[in-house]
Design a protein around this ligand. Structure first.
Ligand code: B12
Length: 582
């Protein structure tokens, strides 16, 4: 094994890699990443650095069965240490198996390019893909020459354990459930999907945090929790909705729940995290929980001394539950996502279960009960939603800001870009819902993500909004909303002015890049993009670095120390060897 250029060998059984959305984004002069990540509420760059929470549960399940698991968040690593030679790292891998997630489709280019690069250097290590998009596109994915296996399913714990046992014993993999794999002579073999447990097997063990978390003091401290997988609700744009889940995983049931003892174990591990009182705890999917299970969950939240807790809610939470939430944590944040102020659009988006009036009355009650904050999310790209409707949503946000002065109610808006989720009902039957798809296959999506223009990367348009509109109207809406927030004093003028300046720059520069990217003659296109290269790079470097901002907190905070910032090696390796591995 070659300990290339001073990177210590990273020995483990399973090495899980989370790719950046675009590999290798550093020094790219031919892809423009405009300011304004497409994720509003979570603190990430346009590389989408969250890895699937399933990495954490896999690590726990497999470690308990004597399989060593290490995780590298390649995005985090390259953002924090831009000089790193990725090839040197790949040379230092020493694992039985490498796993790459293609959970979110936005990682399509990054995951495939990373796999290709690894295979060029390390033919000796088998490579497996997993995640929602990997399951949806499994048959297309396995055809790439550098992909050896795809593990399908929403719960891959047991099959992955069997696979590692089998690899350790040098046996054949033809009995591993859910596996799609290639034999040595390149034949594609399908083991079928027989492992579909009616529960979600396992929680994470949070007490063992990446070294950066315990050694660095970062301003972003959060944990995330899901008590189930799938969804009870059926939003047509969502690749994890009730129908999408059933379709993708071929299931009759649409929600699989974590056993209560697993939830309990997760909380026990959280209680052991040092300074847990400095962490925000983000609960997603508790809207899928039954009353009894939600009660159990809230008891556990109450026993754990988080700094603050956030719950995403589908309906307007009952007063009884609100009171219990506040009792469990004084700084409770509720996130509502009506998606549009217009009830007709909201209903078509799978929401619309309360009117604006009902929501306003509810917010008042919730705040009176001691709810600390209410975030209200709106979306751009929904059926029957035109530019006028989007701007009226912003007008409505303004109304909310004035009605609830102070910072307790924070409306936000986000364009649904770059992708309409593959596997969602709108994606499966676009015409029926007023959508048109530009990219359908895995390869079309991969190629799209290499396009210089964000407009060309988008995979859909609606009857009401073209791809250009989705970007322009989406950015304009965010811009106006930020102005409204400055006007009511929710955000400081200086932050907002800086933010708006960057949006304006993006709104000006996007059409320039788009025009160049649409030149049909390949040589002319490249020449024109090359001419813009310095300008593109300058802008990319201003967002792809070791800091991150979002709409909710529009000021850069340090990357590193988030629960998904695992980097495989000890942090010192990179600080110490930094100069040598350039
Ligand atoms: C919780 C959640 C989040 C959390 C993060 C969760 C996390 N880190 O895992 C937050 C809020 C941060 C989030 C963000 C985003 N999300 Co989200 N999210 C969800 C949600 C609600 C639940 C996911 C869940 O419960 N997973 C279950 C957990 C327990 O397991 P798991 O992580 O899936 O892992 C298991 C398997 O998938 C598999 N597996 C996964 N990866 C791998 C890799 C290998 C090698 C193997 C073997 C197995 C494997 O094995 C694991 C163990 O069993 C779903 C909706 C839904 N109902 O599914 C959307 C969903 C997954 N998100 C989605 C999207 C689009 C996003 C964003 C891109 C949105 C945006 N524009 O910003 C970002 C991406 C963030 C990033 N990567 O940086 C889409 C994905 C559609 C698609 N196919 O692309 C979904 C389906 C719905 C939606 N439209 O919002 N999300």
């Amino acid at each position: 094994m070659n300990a290339a250029r001073n990177v210590p060998i990273l020995k483990t059984d399973l090495l899980l890699l989370h790719p950046p959305g675009t590999y290798d984004f550093r020094d790219r002069r031919d892809i423009y990443f405009p300011f304004l990540g497409t994720s509003g509420d979570v603190p990430i760059t346009p590389l989408y650095e969250y890895f699937p929470i399933g990495f954490a549960t896999l690590k726990r399940f497999l470690s308990d069965r004597d399989h060593e698991v290490k995780i590298i968040n390649v995005s985090t690593l390259l953002l924090r240490y831009p000089q790193i030679d990725m090839n040197a790292l790949i040379h230092a891998f020493d694992s039985l198996l490498i796993g790459i997630d293609l959970h979110w489709m936005v990682h399509v280019q990054g995951s495939l390019a990373l796999a290709e690069q690894i295979k060029k250097i390390r033919k000796d290590i088998p490579l497996i893909f997993g995640g929602i998009s990997a399951t949806y596109y499994a048959e297309q994915l396995i055809r790439y020459p550098f992909v050896d296996m795809v593990m399908r399913g929403y719960d891959t714990h047991e099959p992955m354990s069997c696979l590692l046992d089998t690899l350790k014993q040098h046996k054949r993999v033809d009995a591993i459930p859910n596996l799609l794999w290639k034999s040595k002579d390149g034949q594609i073999c399908n083991n079928g999907i027989s492992h579909s447990p009616q529960i979600y097997t396992c929680g994470a063990a949070w007490e063992k945090q990446p070294s950066s978390l315990t050694k660095k003091i970062s301003t972003i401290r959060e944990f995330l929790s899901t008590q189930n997988v799938g969804c009870s609700y059926n939003c047509g744009w969502c690749g994890g909705s009730r129908d999408a889940f059933k379709r993708i995983y071929k299931q009759k049931k649409s929600v699989m729940r974590k056993p209560l003892q697993e939830i309990e174990q997760e909380f026990d591990s959280l209680k052991k995290v040092s300074e847990i009182d400095k962490y925000y705890f983000y609960s997603i999917g508790s809207y899928n929980e039954t009353k009894r299970r939600m009660g159990f969950f809230l008891d556990k939240v109450g026993e754990t001394n988080f700094k603050s807790v956030g719950y995403e809610q589908y309906h307007l939470t009952s007063e009884k539950v609100l009171k219990t939430m506040v009792k469990a944590n004084m700084r409770t944040v509720i996130t509502l996502s009506p998606e549009s102020h217009d009830l007709k659009v909201a209903k078509l988006a799978g929401r619309g279960v309360y009117t604006n009036d009902e929501m306003e009355k509810w917010i008042e009650k919730a705040l009176n009960h001691g709810i600390y904050k209410v975030d209200v999310w709106y979306f751009v790209g929904m059926p029957e939603q035109d530019e006028k409707s989007v701007m009226e949503t912003v007008d409505y946000c303004r109304h909310l800001l004035h009605l609830f002065k102070g910072n307790a109610v924070n409306p936000m808006i986000c364009p649904m870009i770059p992708f309409l989720d593959p596997g969602s009902s709108f994606f499966e039957d676009p015409e029926k819902y007023g959508y048109r798809l530009y990219h359908k296959t895995l390869e079309e999506h991969r190629f799209a993500m290499t396009r210089a223009s964000i407009i060309n990367r988008i995979n859909y348009e609606t009857k009401m909004l073209t791809r250009e509109d989705l970007v322009r109207v989406g950015y304009k809406a965010v811009r106006r909303l930020m102005e409204e927030k400055a006007a009511v004093g929710l955000l400081p003028d200086s932050w907002v002015n800086k933010y708006i300046g960057k949006i304006d720059d993006a709104l000006e520069f996007i059409p320039i890049v788009h025009e160049a990217d649409c030149i049909s003659d390949e040589k002319d296109r490249q020449r024109e993009l090359e001419r813009l290269g310095d300008e593109i790079l300058l802008r990319n470097n201003s967002i792809l670095f070791g800091g991150v901002a979002n709409q909710a907190f529009p000021v850069n905070r340090e990357i590193g120390g988030r629960w998904f910032d695992e980097i495989g090696w000890e942090e010192e390796v990179f600080t110490a060897f930094h100069n040598n591995i350039v």
